[in-house]
Ligand binder design. Structure first.
Ligand code: BTN
Length: 326
C-alpha cells in the first residue's frame, strides 16, 4: 500500500485530499494516516495541509526498492530487489540467492557493507549513504572462460550511465576499474558459479564512489561529487546503470561480443600503453595491443611475443600512448 500511496502522490505532484487517496486506493482514512506517518519516518517529506490534503515535497536519499522500481522500465534487471541498510557484502547475499535459484536480474543493494570486497582479496570501503554498492545475478549462456566479457560490458554500461546522468566522461582501465581524470571512481567484481563447461550464474558486484567527500577518499580515488562539486542523485544514477546493463547484455546476447568490445575500446585507457600486469606472483611487461573476443588482454613484450592475460593487476608505465590497436 505504501508504494501505491507514493505512486499516487508522485503522479499528482500537488496537494491531494486524504478523502481522494482513501477512495481511489481503497484504504481507510485511519490506515492512510498510519502509512503516511511510516513514510515520513522513512524520510519522505510529505506535507499535510488542512483543507488541501497531502503533498510529496521530496524523497529521501535512500536506494529503497520502491524508488528504484519507479519508472525503471527494464525487462528483467531489478525486477526483484533485496535492499539492506547494512550488510556484510552484497556479494555474499547474491551468491546465496544465486545458488537458491533466484532469477536472472535479481539485484542486491546495500547502503553500507561491513565486509565489502574488491578484487584480489582487497576490501572495498563502503561509507553509508554515500555510494552505490550492488550485486546483480545474471545467468548467461557462455563458457566460464568467456566471463571477462561480463566485466567489460558492465564497465561500458557504468560509463554510459555516468555520462547520461552527470555529463562526466569516465574511462575504463582493464579489467575492472572505472576512472575519472585518472583517479579511481569505482570497480567491478565478477564472481562465477560454474562447472567446467557451463556457467550456472554470475554475480556482478559494482562499487561506485558517488557522494563521498574528498577527505573520506583514499589516495588515488575520487567521487562524482568531488568531480562535479555537487551532490549526485544516487537513485537516478543507479536506475540508469541498470537500464544500460540490461541494454548491453541483450545486445551481447543478440550480436555477440563484437559490439561490446567496440564500445569498450572507446572508453578504455589501457590499450596502446606500456603496462605491467601482475598475476600469480609474476608479472608481464609490454604494450597492451588489444583485447580478444572473450575480453582477455593481449600484451606484446619487447621480443615481439604476444601473450593473453585473463586476470591481474595492471600498472600503466609512464609513457606516451601509442595508437597501435586496430
Ligand atoms: C574492485 O575494484 O576491486 C572491485 C570492487 C567491487 C566492490 C563492490 S561493492 C558491491 C559489491 N559487494 C562487494 O563486496 N564488492 C562489490
Amino acid at each position: 500500500m505504501q508504494e501505491k500511496i507514493l505512486d499516487f502522490l508522485k503522479r499528482k505532484q500537488d496537494y491531494v485530499s486524504g478523502e481522494e487517496i482513501s477512495h481511489r486506493l481503497g484504504v481507510s482514512r485511519q490506515a492512510l494516516w498510519k502509512h503516511i506517518q511510516e513514510l515520513k519516518d522513512m524520510g519522505y517529506d510529505i506535507v499535510a495541509m488542512p483543507h488541501l490534503g497531502y503533498r510529496l515535497a521530496s524523497v529521501p536519499d535512500r536506494l529503497f526498492p520502491s524508488e528504484i522500481s519507479y519508472h525503471l522500465n527494464t525487462k528483467f534487471v531489478g525486477k526483484k530487489i533485496y535492499y539492506f541498510d547494512t550488510v556484510s557484502s552484497t556479494m555474499d547475499v547474491s551468491v546465496q540467492l544465486g545458488m537458491r535459484g533466484s532469477p536472472e536480474g535479481t539485484l542486491v543493494l546495500a547502503e553500507t557493507q561491513t565486509k565489502g570486497r574488491g578484487r584480489l582479496g582487497r576490501s572495498w570501503f563502503s561509507p553509508k549513504y554515500k555510494g552505490i554498492y550492488l550485486s546483480l545475478i545474471l545467468r548467461p549462456e557462455i563458457l566460464p572462460l568467456q566471463a571477462s566479457i561480463l566485466t567489460l560490458f558492465s564497465a561500458v554500461s557504468i560509463c554510459e550511465a555516468i555520462k547520461n546522468i552527470t555529463g562526466l566522461e569516465a574511462q575504463i582501465k582493464w579489467p575492472n576499474d572505472i576512472l575519472v581524470h585518472h583517479k579511481k571512481l569505482g570497480g567491478i567484481l565478477t564472481e562465477l558459479n560454474a562447472e567446467m563447461d557451463e556457467v550456472r550464474f554470475v554475480a556482478i558486484g559494482i562499487g561506485l564512489n558517488v557522494n563521498n567527500d574528498k577527505r573520506t577518499l583514499v589516495s588515488g580515488a575520487t567521487s562524482l561529487k568531488e568531480q562535479k562539486k555537487e551532490n549526485i542523485d544516487r537513485i537516478e544514477l543507479l536506475k540508469e546503470i541498470l537500464r544500460k546493463i540490461e541494454e548491453n547484455y541483450l545486445f551481447f546476447q543478440e550480436e555477440g561480443s563484437r559490439s561490446i568490445l567496440e564500445k569498450w575500446r572507446d572508453y578504455n585507457i589501457t590499450l596502446g600503453k606500456r603496462i605491467k600486469v601482475f598475476c600469480h606472483r609474476q608479472h608481464i611487461e609490454g604494450v597492451a595491443v588489444d583485447i580478444d573476443a572473450d575480453g582477455g588482454l593481449l600484451v606484446r613484450n619487447d621480443s615481439g611475443l604476444t601473450q593473453k592475460v585473463t586476470a591481474g593487476d595492471v600498472v600503466h608505465c609512464n609513457q606516451r600512448q601509442l595508437k597501435i590497436y586496430s
